[in-house]
Structure formats: structure tokens, C-alpha cells
Design a protein around this ligand. Structure first.
Ligand SMILES: [Zn+2]
Length: 435
């Protein structure tokens, strides 16, 4: 009898550890109801006086009928605001957050901070990201598998931050070290098809959700875009990723790597300035996502001294931004699908959604821009049935903004007042002025 009781206790604790019992998950029975003055659900409907009913971490219903609110539900009144789905940033470097110690260039911290310190510092960037309304990120490049550790800590509730989909090491050719000042052997260095295959498999074995490949030069204050990987190497990476059901993001600053990445079947193309018309047409035809990351170089221009870049790169970076915007304009006109990626790094977290302002400059309506950070981004993640919209069954990721983001995209960027991720309120400025 005692033995049976012991076995039952062990079984129950295993069950609870897996989050399957009410005891193990304090949110299991928690109902919440949010009232919004307006709600853009990303499913094609703009609601007036919407009520979003949430149980635990998922949305159960969206309604205007107050009698549908379950008894005992916590009611959160956001009726002064417009509700949006939690936003998705498909290009971050969450683990490369640096503080702003006076006199200490941020670039130097990257080469001197031990990994444990990097991960500890990343907490702050994660919070700032949430405060900007971003509840999910695709993280495209980290060292020491810190991204995998961070993703898992966040999922276990040990760290507060956006839901992360991560790539481990990005694939890099020799002579282009991932971190300036760090000499190979570093993870992710791969030359030739066999090494590319091995590296893709290593990232997947380590727990990566997505593969990242750098198919051209261009990073930090270097805005060159020389192709690094051959078509055969790129194709090998794309096929190896797809073979395991993973998507791939390919970095190219210039048009040559972009052309081969698209031809090889990449799922998304990052940066890709100066793309030729044929490549843009091919992207539209194939449904390849474009992630231009225009605002990233604006951040570098604003902060180059703090980062520690040498003077003299400003002119070429300004010209690159203009060409990046022009390429985005052409791609949008040609019907290419976009996803919002900030390429946030250092202290850029919290500015993740400023990219949306560039998208409007490139010719999108505010609603089209919002789609790049909701439904489009969710599709790129392969999570279009549970992220990027406010609808039954979706994760309860919600943002309240002050004003009308469909009339003025700046409302979505600068007027975020309240954020919920997976049913938990993670930012609340409804009681205090924003700035
Ligand atoms: Zn990046």
C-alpha cells in the first residue's frame, strides 16, 4: 500500500513538473478579460469595444458581449486604447546586449565579457524588447549557444523576455570571424559543402529552431556586400535545413549572395541591398520573405562613438541606408512579402519596431507595415496558427497602444502602453506617462 502511494506521488510530481496539473501551473485556471476601445485582430477585422477573453496562456474568445466574461475573471480595462497582437521581430541578437559603462566601448565588451555575464546583461534588453510590444523574436546569431540557454530559461519562466526562436551559430566562411577579435576555431565556421552540412547538422543537434547563413560580407561598420558562399554551398545549407523541417535565413548585404540565396530556396533574405529586378521578381514568385533591417544602420549611425567604431564610416553607411530603403521600395512594389526585423544588438533593444517607420516610407500603408510584424512574421516562423493574431486558440500576446496605429504607424512604435505575453502582463505604463 505504501509502495503504491509512493509510486502515485512520483507519477503526480512528474505530471506537475510537465506543467499538466493546476498545482504546477498557477495560471492554469486563471481567466482574464481585456477590454479594448478598438482592436485590430490581424484577421481582417477592426473591432469596436472588443473583449478578449484569455484562459491561462491562450486566447479563448474575442467578443463584444460582456456576458461572455466568465465569473471570477480578472477584468483589465484598456478601453482607452487600441489592441494589437503581440508583435514579432524576426531578426535580433538578444544575447549581444551590452551596458553603457562610461568610457567602455560596447564593441570591446563583446570580446571581454565572459558568456555568463553576457547572458545576465541580456535580461535588460529582453525587458526593453517586451516594452516595445515585441513578444516573440527570431534570434539570428549568438555565441556559445547562449541563445538556446536564453530561450529555454524564458520558456521555463526563469527569465522574463520574448518567446525566442533561435539559430545557434550562424554559418560563416573562414576569415570572417563571427566576433571581431575572436580567432577561429569558432562555432559556425564552415567552408565547402561537407563542412556546411556538418555545421547545419550541429546547430540542429544543439537545439536550433532555424538556420542562419552569412552569404556575404557586411556587418558592424563594414557595409560591403561581397558574396562569400557559392551557390552550391548555399543550396547545401538550404536543403539540409529543410530536410529536418527547419527554415533558413540568409544574410546578404549585396546583390550577388541575395541572388543565389533566393535561387537556392532560402525562406528569408536578410538586408539584401541593391537587389536586381530579376531577384526581386523571383522572390515575389517564390514567396521568399524580405527582411531589410534598414533601421539597424540608423542605430549604428546614432551610436557609433559609444560602440567604438572608428570615425569615417558615416558617409558610406548613410548611402547604404538610402540604397537599402530604395531596394525595399522596389521589392514592396513588386509584391514581395516582408517581415519586420530590427537586427537589434547592443542597446538597440526597445527600438525594435522603428523598422515599421521605414516600411511606411518604402510605400506600405500602416496596416501593411503591421502585417510584417504579425501575420507575415508568424508565417515565416511557421507559427501562423498560434502567433501574430488575436483569435481563439492563439497565444495571449496582446499590446495596447494609445491612438490609431492604422492612421499613424508611429502610434505602434512610440505609444505602447501595456503588453501581455502568454497571458501574463509584462509591461504596464497605463498609470504613468509614457515619456
Ligand atoms: Zn543580424
Amino acid at each position: 500500500m505504501r509502495l503504491i502511494r509512493m509510486i502515485l506521488a512520483i507519477l503526480l510530481s512528474a505530471f506537475c513538473a510537465a506543467g499538466l496539473c493546476a498545482q504546477g501551473n498557477p495560471n492554469a485556471k486563471a481567466w482574464k478579460a481585456m477590454r479594448f476601445g478598438k482592436l485590430w485582430d490581424a484577421k481582417g477585422k477592426l473591432w469596436t469595444n472588443a473583449i478578449v477573453i484569455v484562459e491561462g496562456e491562450r486566447i479563448r474568445s474575442v467578443t463584444t458581449d460582456a456576458s461572455a466574461i466568465p465569473a471570477g475573471a480578472e477584468i483589465i480595462d484598456l478601453s482607452k486604447y487600441t489592441g494589437l497582437p503581440g508583435l514579432i521581430d524576426v531578426h535580433t541578437h538578444m544575447t549581444i546586449y551590452t551596458d553603457e559603462t562610461p568610457g567602455e566601448p560596447m564593441l570591446k565588451q563583446l570580446t571581454t565579457n565572459p558568456p555568463a555575464m553576457e547572458l545576465f546583461l541580456a535580461r535588460k534588453g529582453a525587458l526593453r524588447t517586451l516594452e516595445s510590444g515585441v513578444t516573440t523574436v527570431r534570434d539570428l546569431g549568438a555565441d556559445q549557444y547562449l541563445d538556446i540557454a536564453m530561450r529555454d530559461l524564458i520558456n521555463r519562466g526563469e527569465m522574463i523576455g520574448p518567446r525566442m526562436f533561435v539559430c545557434g551559430y550562424g554559418l560563416y566562411i573562414t576569415n570572417a570571424p563571427y566576433k571581431p577579435g575572436v580567432n577561429p576555431p569558432a562555432g559556425g565556421i564552415a567552408d565547402g559543402v561537407p563542412e556546411v552540412l556538418k555545421s547545419v547538422r550541429q546547430q540542429i543537434a544543439a537545439g536550433a529552431d532555424v538556420i542562419k547563413m552569412y552569404a556575404s560580407t557586411g556587418t558592424d561598420d563594414d557595409v560591403t556586400g561581397f558574396q562569400t558562399y557559392s551557390y552550391e554551398e548555399i543550396k547545401a545549407a538550404v536543403d539540409a535545413a529543410h530536410q529536418f523541417g527547419k527554415k533558413i535565413a540568409i544574410h546578404s548585404y549585396g546583390p550577388d549572395g541575395a541572388r543565389d540565396a533566393v535561387r537556392a530556396g532560402t525562406d528569408s533574405l536578410e538586408h539584401a541591398t541593391d537587389m536586381d529586378d530579376a531577384t526581386i521578381q523571383e522572390m515575389a514568385k517564390r514567396g521568399t520573405f524580405y527582411v531589410p533591417t534598414i533601421d539597424h544602420n540608423r542605430y549604428y549611425l546614432d551610436n557609433w562613438q559609444k560602440i567604438g567604431y572608428a570615425n569615417g564610416f558615416q558617409e558610406k553607411t548613410k548611402a547604404f541606408i538610402e540604397r537599402n530603403l530604395e531596394t525595399a521600395r522596389k521589392a514592396h512594389k513588386a509584391g514581395v512579402k516582408f517581415a519586420m526585423g530590427s537586427d537589434a544588438i547592443y542597446t538597440m533593444f526597445g527600438q525594435n519596431t522603428r523598422e515599421l517607420g521605414w516600411f511606411v516610407k518604402a510605400g506600405m500603408s500602416p496596416e501593411q507595415a503591421l502585417r510584417t510584424a504579425t501575420t507575415n512574421a508568424a508565417e515565416l516562423l511557421g507559427k501562423e496558427k498560434e502567433l501574430g493574431a488575436v483569435a481563439p486558440g492563439y497565444f495571449a500576446d496582446l499590446v495596447a497602444v494609445e491612438g490609431d496605429p492604422l492612421a499613424d504607424i508611429d502610434v505602434a512604435i512610440y505609444k505602447v502602453k501595456w503588453v501581455m505575453k502568454g497571458g501574463a502582463v509584462v509591461a504596464d505604463k497605463t498609470k504613468t506617462p509614457l515619456h
